[in-house]
Design a binder for this molecule. Sequence first.
Ligand code: PMT
Length: 411
Amino acid sequence: MGSLVNKRILLGVTGGIAAYKSADLVRRLREAGAEVRVVMTDAATEFITELTLQAVSGYPVHRHLLDPEAEAGMSHIELARWADAILVAPATADFLARLVQGRGDDLLATLCLATSAPMAVAPAMNQQMWRHPATQQNVDSLRHRGVQIFGPGEGSQACGDVGPGRLLEPAELAQLTAGLFQTGVLDGVTVMVTAGPTWEAIDPVRGLTNKSSGKMGYAIATAAAEGGARVILISGPVSLTPPDRVETVPVVSAQDMFDAVHARIDQIDLYIGVAAVADYRPVSVAPHKLKKTADSMNLELVRNPDILASVAALPSAPFTVGFAAETNDLEMAARHKLEAKRIDLVCANLVGGDEGGFGADENRLLLVDREGTTELPLAAKSRLARDLIHHISRKFHAKNRTQDTRRAHRR
Ligand code: PMT
């Protein structure tokens, strides 16, 4: 089963009697670990109050497309970008029809147009309306576009009819929503991810390190696990909770990371080096805290091993992905790393600016390989990680197919 831990779910509530179940749905999603923001259509407010959904979600409800106050806080585009997934429950026949048409005449419909996140709708309506060919055609066309259809259930309805059209129960909807993140793109693959900074000790209390928080690497490890992979995360010192269903190996220095990587590298099909590994370490570590005696001091440094290059140079190297943290000339630097380290793909990001990079919750990436470049625009690191895992899985499977074909020709 998938997990909703740390997932950002945008719940759209449209105007049907089943809207009264939305409060319980928000509660279930939050209990499963998700952060939930609610968007209501005008009609939904006839069935359940904004205040109720604000109280259970812990955030103000979003309602209007052209609301200067809301746009100054989290604009509709930011909200669409914020969501890891959109669930519309209940979804009325009218809303399904508007979604099919790609209408942008209220906030919820606009968000559905403006997002690239996975989307699901949980239809709820009278059984006759559900069976109507127009509704069935709409549902087919949404399914065709990749929208997941949750339900509806069957049984007695608020209007007295019996048949299909009931909103699924909140517990089941929460479970199905978790399943949205299970992509299966890396089923059967073993992935190693390195994350966070390294700490190069100077003495027992001081050391050389950098500002990596581990967020990007942890998000990638999570996305790989959601893709069905077995994941080993080699993590420098960070203050993040180890992701679910990921074997996390804590390390401190670059040499520790090198050793932990190579101790397990024979099991690995795909290596993703996200860690900000210190290039140098002090030649020696003082056994006791250094005293402040002289006005200046010299620290002699020695090169650390390059973990990424060492993995790529193995005779049966895994598919190898590296990161490049640059302050300028992103593509040029990425191409240089691609060739110098002889790796399969470089994910380049700008660091040291106002957005993205070290410590931030969002990032943007330029993916560079021998076939070209792909831009992944600014998004939450969790979203970006999922898009990146999709991209990497396509490249990984394509390379394996080519190698299989070559092997078959040689036989
Ligand atoms: O952790 P966050 O706060 O979320 O920030 C994310 C990040 C900015 C740290 C991440 O997106 C990133 O860019 N990671 C790589 C940082 C880095 O050290 O880049 P680099 O250009 O110095 O190194 C290039 C590649 O070589 C990296 O894949 C790195 O893991 C690897 N390397 C570097 C040195 C070394 N001795 N061994 C290595 O394996």
